[in-house]
Design a binder for this molecule. Structure first.
Ligand SMILES: [Zn+2]
Length: 439
């Protein structure tokens, strides 16, 4: 019998793996370091590592070989899938060499602006967490407007660069025969654009009346909270920068559950209770806010060999408890991938599967059993909280659904025509899907 490892496809897979695993690790480590410090030096290392990584995948010869071998397939399903992964990644990397440099440069500049941007209100610099707190808690329309507007100013700073990024990405997609970068990204992510928008159209229809009803309830509560007539409600009254989550309407004060609690310890208990090991992830992670640090949260698997880390900016609130469990959900998904799998396949089967696991884990913070077993609340209190929390959760998911409709439709339009009046398109969608009034 022929040794399968000696076949052309197997040799191609092996050679590709040996070269790319090092490049990917260096790139991911650089990303991690840059997210921690935002320093010019760290951002430069990301640029270099990213250029090397993208340079590898941009090799047209590898792409052609991958395309031929992928089309021919193999008797071995592991080889077949690896060939597909190489083909898809190489296809994503097919850019003009001159464009790679420009894009890396632009992306790095935009990333730097976001990491270092601090909204300025009345001469005071505010972090994203501080802005969020004002938007969530302030009862003063004028202060809300100022905080909201300050948080948006980063948009004006990056607007031209973002348009330019879209143009360059489109140029590169069109060389490959795609309509634009949006279509290319979906196809190479193994998502059918038609199916996606059918799902979203269906979501729009089916969430319409529930959302209208919810939005009317929210407006009524906000009118009395701010002593304003409905026509004077503006986007800054809705609790966050994008009306992604909606205002806390006082049904369930979940934040108070976390006052004085150590989120790290709660996460440990949660995962220990599920018999999932997160200690090795937490020990490599960076969990608390610092100046210069990326203010979001993410999970990264540096080497596909178990070096999994998460960046968070923990504060003792429900949102951060949920976020930490969410990111660790991504972490355990990766942690328990079969180590016997070939390197190229040691990654989530698809973004949506790892996201689903992460969302499932984050939603434990609304589960009555979690309240009694991890937070150790008395069961009567847990039950009462859960009912209110689930109502909040339903509202939150409806609001988030409508936000996703805005975002996805907008992104498609952004790439369809980066020179269009994007501000007008944005507010058109915000009004249509989220029922907000533009300022
Ligand atoms: Zn996630």
């Amino acid at each position: 019998m022929k040794d399968p490892a000696a076949s052309v496809p197997a040799a191609f897979v092996k050679e590709t793996t040996e070269q790319v695993r090092h490049l990917e690790k260096v790139y991911y480590l650089a990303e991690w370091e840059a997210a921690l410090s935002g320093s010019e030096q760290a951002l430069r290392r990301v640029r270099e590592a990213q250029a090397a990584y993208l340079g590898f995948w941009s090799d047209p010869h590898r792409f052609q070989t991958a395309r031929q071998l992928d089309e021919a397939g193999s008797d071995d399903p592991l080889i077949t899938r690896q060939l597909r992964m190489i083909y898809l990644t190489a296809a994503r990397g097919q850019q003009e060499p001159s464009l790679i440099g420009q894009l890396t440069e632009l992306e790095s500049r935009v990333r730097g602006r976001y990491y270092n941007y601090r909204a300025c209100v009345d001469g005071r610099e505010l972090s994203d967490n501080q802005i969020d707190e004002i938007l969530r808690n302030s009862r003063d329309s004028e202060q809300l407007r100022k905080a909201w507007e300050a948080s948006k100013r980063v948009g004006a700073e990056v607007a031209e660069e973002v348009r330019e990024m879209a143009r360059l990405r489109n140029a590169s997609a069109r060389v490959q025969g795609y309509r634009d970068h949006f279509q290319q990204s979906l196809e190479l992510d193994e998502i059918d654009e038609r199916e996606l928008f059918d799902v979203f159209d269906d979501l729009e229809r089916r969430s319409e009346s529930s959302f209208e009803k919810l939005k009317a309830e929210i407006d009524e509560a906000l009118c009395s909270r701010f002593a304003l007539p409905p026509e004077q409600l503006r986007p800054w009254h809705y609790g966050d920068r994008y009306f992604q989550k909606g205002p806390a309407l006082g049904e369930a004060d979940l934040d108070s559950l976390f006052e004085g609690r150590e989120l790290e310890a709660l996460a440990r208990d949660t995962y220990r209770g599920l018999d999932l090991e997160v200690e090795s992830i937490l020990s490599r992670s960076d969990l608390y806010p610092r100046p210069g640090k990326n203010q979001h949260a993410f999970c990264i698997h540096i080497d596909r060999e178990g070096d999994i880390r998460t960046l968070n900016n923990l504060q003792a609130t429900h949102r951060w408890a949920e976020t930490l469990l969410h990111e660790l959900g991504h972490g355990v998904y990766e942690r328990y991938l079969d180590p016997q799998l070939p390197w190229l396949l040691r990654a989530p089967a698809h973004t949506f599967t790892t996201e689903a696991v992460a969302i499932l884990m984050g939603s434990l913070t609304l589960d009555p059993r979690w309240y009694t077993e991890v937070l150790e609340l008395p069961s009567t209190q847990a039950q009462a909280l859960t009912e209110a929390a689930l109502r909040n959760d339903r509202a939150g998911k409806l609001i988030f659904t409508r936000w996703c409709l805005t975002m996805t439709h907008f992104e498609r339009r952004l790439y369809a025509d980066p020179d269009a009046d994007l501000d007008a398109i944005w507010w058109e969608y915000v009004e249509r899907f989220q029922l907000l009034k533009r300022p």
